[in-house]
Design a protein around this ligand. Sequence first.
Ligand SMILES: [Zn+2]
Length: 242
Amino acid sequence: MTIKVYWEDAYARKFQGAVIDVSAESVILDRTAFYPAGGGQPGDTGIIAAGGSAFKVTDTRKAGEDVSHLIGEFTGKIGDTVEGEIDWGRRYQHMRYHTAIHLIDAVVNRKPEYAGIITGSQIYEDRARVDFALESLSMELANDFIRQSNLIIGEKHPIRSYFISAEEAAGIDNLARTAPGRDLLKTMDKVRIVEIEGIDRQADGGTHVSNLAEIGKITLSKIENKGRNNKRMVITLDNGGE
Ligand SMILES: [Zn+2]
């Protein structure tokens, strides 16, 4: 099983590891800081260096309990020590957007009439989208969600992650906000929690910034009608953060 350096330290850009499996187009290491696509967050890109050569990682995916780095023409072999470096600028944007989505989700779910209406989200380097099971989503309501989120960013709450047992997780309401998330939760023997202190707790395997202040300011870019009971909000972040 690949050790997930990105869980221990989301800010780790470089790491050392050893090759435990190689195929024509992918490499699996015993430990990695490369985040594999999941939970609406894209897989990392970057470089893996082995035997004096540098190889470009074009995407990262889950492979069971392992993490698979998509890579072309890798000449290393099992047992080789490698050095990895993720494309930090891209990943940090993903962390900021991912955390912003958590905050918007917390704001929306605070109001009983809107609890559970977020059906999914997707993060990109320069924007993110949030989908709502709503027949109508007005600019007024969407802007209100964003305004409240920006107010909370100003309070600079820290964010931390930790593991709890399945028994403990079962006793906490609303740890997973979507149906697939709730199903996944039932299969786990330990659950990773991401907590915005004082604001929200969720079961989550992604990477996040360590303080809300790093998000900067959220701007509502547009609202899209994706169907009768499906409305989409697109957000951007200013160049705050680091
Ligand atoms: Zn998350």
